[in-house]
Design a protein around this ligand. Structure first.
Ligand code: DGJ
Length: 383
């Protein structure tokens, strides 16, 4: 009898961990019963296994608490197995990713030609706050790593965006030193920002790259989309065939409009991008863009969110959009083909930030995120 009681005492907590149905904003537990630590992440499907990569933040309540990039795997998008840190920060004080750096928004893609998994991420060097604004890249032969850090840096140094007129560069350079254009947020300043004053400022050293995502088009070409020019303007930059470098072809999008957290998908030949505004860790209204060509022009539409909390993206900020292929899994998302992965940030303890996965519905031909579908995925976990 004593033995049975003892066994029950050990088993009950284990069983309840898996029976729990976490709600939007609740804790999402992995196979060990711990809250999933994969923020600002992405999901790929490799040979029938979903791999969820994201920021691994230590439990200290500091923003400089990156431990690297975590990976969790799942066969059903519901039960997640912790595969550990697949790109750890380094002990080497000469490394760009030495402990104390900030690694954000990692995105992993598989390159069919090189058969390598390529990870891009936003990197801030140790001790520099958010001033470095670099992109980092790492590679691995397997989805579970360990990923090998390749390099980090700013983007496309010395290269002008597509369709930019050389003569404008000289003029904008002059504007940079004129006091009339040095006061932020004034109309004359905005005008010069739209024209590319900060792009020209950063031309020599390379363009700033913060919040980011990677998109692979139907023809296998990869694009790096990142918040640049002091988070004022997005850039979309083409990557080389091995996905490890930039080709030099890039465009500026939504000039001076302060977009962060870019997420993107393509449906029936149309590119859709959902971004956030720029309010630090606090949620704001999402923005929707549409284009027929990834290099633009991009058209800005209205907020894709509907219902309670729509003006704050339901308390979350986008991280990635992934496609669902199987009918069984589509059922978890109200039959949707695409899911908007978002983070509900808790800046006082980033590791404890929560997740929100929202099905993308098409209404009036446009992607829509509805408040009444916020718990579709979570409630299906209990079924
Ligand atoms: C908002 C970004 O989207 C996050 O990834 C992070 O960089 C915070 N800003 C930092 O304030």
């Amino acid at each position: 009898m004593k033995r049975i009681l003892l066994l029950l005492m050990v088993m009950i907590p284990i069983l309840t961990i898996h029976a729990q149905a976490p709600m939007a904003g609740g804790e999402w537990k992995d196979n060990t019963g711990r809250h999933i630590n994969a923020h600002g992440g992405c999901i790929i499907n490799y040979k029938g296994t979903y791999c969820w990569y994201g920021e691994n933040r230590s439990s200290g309540n500091t923003l400089y608490s990156s431990k690297g990039v975590s990976c969790y795997t799942s066969k059903d998008l519901q039960n997640w197995t912790n595969k550990g840190v697949v790109l750890p920060v380094s002990n080497d004080t000469c490394s760009d990713i030495q402990e104390g750096c900030i690694i954000e928004r990692p995105k992993v893609v598989y390159n069919k030609k090189t058969k390598e998994f390529v990870m891009w991420f936003h990197l801030e060097l140790r001790g520099m706050g958010y001033k470095s604004a670099r992109a980092g890249v790492a590679v691995s032969d397997t989805p579970l790593g360990p990923f090998r850090f390749v390099r980090s840096g700013r983007i496309n140094a010395g290269i002008l965006p597509k369709d930019f007129i050389e003569a404008d560069t000289t003029e904008l350079r002059q504007r940079l030193s004129e006091p009339a254009f040095n006061t932020w947020w004034t109309s004359p300043w905005y005008r010069q920002i739209e024209r590319g004053m900060f792009m020209v400022r950063d031309l020599q050293g390379g363009q700033m790259a913060r919040d980011m995502t990677i998109f692979i088009d139907d023809d296998g070409k990869a694009y790096h989309i990142y918040a640049s020019e002091d988070n004022l303007t997005l850039h979309i930059a083409e990557l080389t065939d091995d996905y490890l470098r930039h080709t030099g072809l890039y465009v500026r999008v939504a000039m001076g409009e302060q977009n962060e957290a870019p997420t993107i998908f393509k449906k029936d030949g149309v590119y859709w991008m959902i971004t956030s505004g720029c309010t630090g860790w606090a949620p704001n209204a999402a923005r929707l863009f549409r284009a027929k060509n990834i290099m633009g022009p991009w058209e800005r539409l209205s907020n894709p969110c509907r219902g309670d909390g729509a003006n704050k993206t339901f308390g979350a900020q986008g991280a990635y959009i992934f496609k669902i292929r199987k009918t069984k899994e589509k059922k978890m998302f109200d039959g949707a083909d695409y899911v908007f992965m978002a983070d509900m940030w808790r800046p006082k303890k980033i590791t404890d930030s929560r997740y929100l996965w929202i099905p993308i519905r098409f209404e009036d031909g446009k992607p829509t995120l509805r408040a009444n579908l916020l718990n579709t995925y979570q409630s299906s976990k209990s079924n």
